[in-house]
Design a protein. Structure first.
Length: 159
């Protein structure tokens, strides 16, 4: 499937959902990026990472999404300018039931399953997920997937 189209569709859905908060999404990819896998599950990962970025940033913040290919891997980044994640929590946030500071977000206690689920989905597709600091503040979640080459056979005849 076309990862670029999937990301654009998720962003459009968020613009409808959070219109009143004034978040700005930046995504400027110019090319189709093809990946092989379960489109619904990868969509769930992108949606979850954007959702976390929204939860942990102020209203009217900017969330950047990047997608690019290096050799045989595709990388997707979701970047926010929130308060970031402490180093001590970075190694644990992908574990089941782990929440940073056990805090309440949007008046609901987080179950700590979202990032664990993202990790399971990404790894099932042969990829890796990680987090690092954004500068000057915030977090960058990056996951990779194996790239897919598409070969068009010009000798095929449609019947």
């Amino acid at each position: 499937f076309d990862l670029d189209k999937l990301i654009r569709d998720v962003i459009k859905r968020y613009y409808i959902l959070i219109d009143s908060e004034g978040y700005e999404f930046i995504y400027e990819n110019e090319e189709s990026i093809m990946v092989m896998g379960d489109k619904k599950r990868i969509e769930q990962v992108v949606y979850n990472l954007i959702n976390n970025a929204i939860k942990y940033t102020e209203d009217e913040s900017t969330i950047s999404i990047n997608a690019y290919q290096i050799k045989n891997n595709v990388y997707i980044e979701v970047c926010d300018n929130g308060s970031g994640i402490k180093d001590i929590d970075k190694n644990k946030i992908f574990e089941k039931f782990y929440t940073v500071n056990h805090s309440v977000v949007d008046s609901k206690k987080s179950m700590g399953l979202g990032l664990s689920l993202c990790k399971s989905i990404v790894e099932a597709h042969g990829g890796v997920i990680s987090v690092k600091d954004n500068q000057p503040t915030g977090a960058i979640f990056t996951f990779s997937l194996p790239a897919t080459k598409i070969t068009i056979n010009k000798n095929m005849v449609n019947c």
